[in-house]
Design a protein around this ligand. Structure first.
Ligand code: KE4
Length: 427
């Protein structure tokens, strides 16, 4: 830790909060962030060479484990050919095809450099395509730091207690309607009032920024039915859930087809990436075909494509995703069992390679209110207890946990033994 404290001191002189993204700052759990120097498989190593089992995985991107040899090799080969051209490359077409084989609703797609860019562009496109301005989002959902969507947002905004950010002019959020996640009646009411004025509904079909809360099937069915009836664009923000809860994303798991999907994280294998795509008639509104402008210097960057293509190739090999889901299910069940033995009320949500841990008796956790009412202080004690056991969970109660294909049974067993020890300490 001593190195991290010195490094944090130095970073804080030059970088606001010593971090380039607020959720890394430990503000939600106390203490100072640990500086990491390298990672391998399920492990991450700090500047004091301490090794941790990693359940962040770069917030979901490292689903094939850190420094996967085939991914590193692909990146090295691509980099040796040149890092960025600013021209079309064949790899971008291969990436589009690879994504479409798993997410067929993305008839056409655009690659960008972050999830924020994907969500921002999807909203502008939906507004341009419909000629409408109003957008529905849900409290606790986070779509990146997009001005019109930075209202009652999740993730770091929720952790830091400023879900609606200063610096976003009232005029910019005047058309943003924020509703309650998993409340189908509330959506029906909004559509009865504003229906034909609504350009888009933006939703995380499996919420991952108020920790992990899967949507109810009826909720997503209602969004689909209302958007179809009123000509509104249904946008699934699958930046986190894409290739994470299912190879086809939440839309495959729930059997609900959005008009536009946003992706990120996994499709870049750890390199800066995002994508948005959907129905051809909508996507063809984008420049240079259509009038809706969107662009990016490093969009579809060849090194990012190499990392993402190899990651998706490894992940889609027979049995790999099923193995990931089984490992995650065993971890979820083990955490429930160890918490019972320790006498600590814990709820665990799980889907695919994603898991949500809540300190509350009120389960299953299905709503934003249940999440904010959970014991976040106890989560902080759990986080630090596990850190002492060299197991690294998210430094924030409102973040999900991510498992990789390299987390094997022995890693899960070690995690569970540590969890039981820590749960008894904080009981
Ligand atoms: P980025 O701009 O951070 O690549 O993606 C924004 C985004 C959009 N949509 C969803 C559903 C997301 O989960 C995210 C980003 N997720 C957070 C994790 N809670 C990123 C971590 C961070 O902000 O540092």
């Amino acid at each position: 830790m001593k190195h991290s404290e010195a490094l944090f001191e130095a970073a804080s002189q030059h970088i606001p909060g010593g971090v380039n993204s607020p959720v890394r700052a430990f503000r939600g759990v106390g203490g100072t962030p640990i500086f990491m120097r390298r990672a391998q498989g399920p492990y991450i190593f700090d500047e004091d060479y301490r090794r941790y089992i990693d359940y962040i995985g770069s917030w979901g991107a490292m689903i094939c484990g850190h420094a996967h040899p085939e991914v590193v090799e692909a990146v090295q080969q691509a980099a040796a050919q040149g890092l960025s051209f600013g021209t079309p490359t064949e790899a971008e077409t291969r990436m589009a095809r690879q994504i479409k084989t798993h997410v067929p609703s993305m008839e056409m797609l655009r690659l960008v450099c972050s999830g924020t860019e994907a969500a921002m562009s999807a909203l502008r496109l939906a507004r341009g395509y419909t000629g409408r301005n109003r957008v529905i989002k849900f409290q606790g959902n986070y779509h990146g730091h997009v001005d019109p969507l930075l209202v009652k947002a999740g993730s770091g905004a929720l952790t830091l207690g400023n879900p609606t950010s200063p610096g976003v002019p009232e005029a910019v959020v005047a058309d943003t309607i924020t509703l309650t996640y998993n409340d189908a009646d509330g959506v029906r009411e909004a559509f009865s009032q504003y229906g034909d004025e609504i350009a888009a509904v933006m939703v995380e079909p499996v919420a991952g920024n108020m920790n992990m809360v899967p949507a109810d099937q009826a909720f997503l069915d209602t969004l689909r039915e209302l958007c179809t009836r009123h000509g509104s664009v249904l946008v699934f923000d699958e930046v986190m859930s894409g290739f994470r809860v299912d190879l086809g994303g939440a839309q495959a798991r729930y059997g609900v087809t959005p008009d536009i999907t946003c992706l990120g994280k996994v499709i870049g294998g750890g390199m800066p990436v995002g994508a948005f795509g959907g129905r051809r008639e909508i996507m063809e509104q984008l420049a240079p075909l259509g009038a809706v402008y969107q662009a990016g210097t490093l969009a579809g960057n060849p090194v990012t494509m190499a990392a993402g293509l190899k990651t998706l190739e490894v992940l889609s090999r027979p049995g790999v995703f099923q193995g990931l889901e089984e490992t995650t299910r065993n971890l979820a069940e083990g955490l429930r069992e160890r918490a019972r033995r320790a006498g600590v009320p814990v709820q665990v949500n799980q889907m695919g390679g994603m898991l949500g841990l809540f300190f509350t008796e009120d389960g299953p956790v299905r709503t934003y209110q249940q999440v904010v009412d959970s014991d976040t202080q106890r989560y902080g004690r759990f986080f630090h207890g596990m850190l002492a056991e060299e197991v690294y969970f998210a430094p924030a109660a409102f973040e999900a946990s991510f498992i990789s294909i390299t987390h094997d049974a022995s890693v899960v067993e070690q995690t569970l033994d540590s969890a039981e020890k820590v749960l008894r300490e904080i009981a």
